[in-house]
Write a protein that binds this ligand. Sequence first.
Ligand code: FAD
Length: 288
Amino acid sequence: MVRLPFFLARGFVAAETMAGAMPVIRRAHQSGMLTTVDLLGEHVNDRSLALQARNHYIQLLRALAHERHQHGVEVNISIKLSMMGQTFNEDFCLENLRALLTVARELQGFIRLDMEDTTLLDSTLRLFDAVYPEYPSEIGVVLQAYLKRTPKDVARMCALGARVRLCKGAYREPAHLAYRDMTEIRARYIESMQMLLTHGRYPAIATHDDHLIGATKAFAAAEGIAAERFEFQMLFGLRPKTQLRIVDSGYNMRVYIPYGRMWLPYYYRRLRERPENVTFLLRNIFRA
Ligand SMILES: Cc1cc2nc3c(=O)[nH]c(=O)nc-3n(C[C@H](O)[C@H](O)[C@H](O)COP(=O)(O)OP(=O)(O)OC[C@H]3O[C@@H](n4cnc5c(N)ncnc54)[C@H](O)[C@@H]3O)c2cc1C
């Protein structure tokens, strides 16, 4: 496989190794942000690679617990189930997920299941449902506002009392499953955000979109929902000044910090999302 040089990705990806990511996580914590850490990689089709990913995640949980002891950072990670066997053996993936959750409980940590494309959605929710009753405080899920089914999933997660991260959705989906028009996606996002703020358990509002951030703050203020009852989330490297402004204005802000050598698909999604991100990439090339 062709490997591109890391300097291309460094604006969006903290480092290629766990050791390299730790100072970035520490700095985010020191500037008042919460963090969630992601080992990059997806769609692993080989049992030994899936076990390797599971073991790496366990090491990451332990390394974060050590950092918490030293520097106060949280033990909070985001994972993709397709990295732990989901695409070829759901039972095997479930075993791997349980192994991680056992460690997360021991360390009082939290694991968020990132949501991938719709071919994996039912399976992701099945795996979530299989472990949630046993680990309600250690696991959370992601729902994507661009999907037509999402209001029902939001209502179900609210009824379960499960922690949800709400995002727009980052994959190319067929028109019968997903909205494509940005005005429509924003409107659906706001509906789900309101439902989660009113009935959900500590929801995460993950977006860089000022319109949605403003709508969330306005709704919380109008309904008397305290800032501690939810959090904003943004991706590492995107809108860093806005991230700090949100912290300074008294809201919880969690930054999603990815690291690892398998950064290309994540990086490609970021470039596709916004033309400005391509400018950012070009600046990095010329700075190198
Ligand atoms: C913490 C986090 C976790 C995520 N997890 C998942 C997941 O599990 N599954 C998934 O499918 N997707 C995930 N996503 C990605 C998400 O679905 C969107 O694809 C992505 O966030 C882009 O949508 P947006 O609302 O942030 O802003 P966009 O729709 O990209 O932009 C909307 C507006 O926001 C403003 N804006 C956005 N970026 C910038 C910028 N860099 N500088 C200045 N202004 C900007 C501009 O006004 C822009 O017009 C996650 C996103 C975040 C933040």
